[in-house]
Design a protein around this ligand. Sequence first.
Ligand code: GNR
Ligand code: NI
Length: 168
Amino acid sequence: MAVLEILEFPDPRLRTKAASVTEVTNDTRRLIDSMFETMYAAPGIGLAATQVNVHRRLLVMDISEDQSEPLVFINPKLTVVNAELGEYDEGCLSVPGFYETVHRPLCVAVTALDREGKRFSKELNGLLAICLQHECDHLDGKLFVDYISPLKRQRIRNKLGKSQRHRG
Ligand code: GNR
Ligand code: NI
């Protein structure tokens, strides 16, 4: 296992649309383990493969306080159950230090493969639904800053671009 480097906005690689996972192998499971290690180290409640520069459709989440509820979604297919929108102050490990209000459907259903390659379905609401939508967006090259005003997005781009140059 390893802590992987997380790409940061405005890195163009975050705009890549991920391809489906064709087969769930030991390599896939090794990547998943490293993604959990990376997410827990950050710390964060979700991580999409796109953020660690792997452009395959898989993501991990854990919203528990004590790393006790790890969730894996491979090739997730999301559908909206309740189109009513809720708002939440979202952050992103790829947009460090910035939080903005985003509106999203409150309840979604997902079908995906688990770490054994077995298909499962579940319905999610609350923070799990928000996080899953945020992670599925990453797999399509989308970031939460795409939902805020262009002016705010530009300010974030300027600030993060500057700190990235300082770090080299
Ligand atoms: O750790 C994270 N917290 C968070 C808070 C509100 C809405 C979404 C998130 S996901 C984020 C981790 C991350 O960037 N996942 O892609
Ligand atoms: Ni994110």
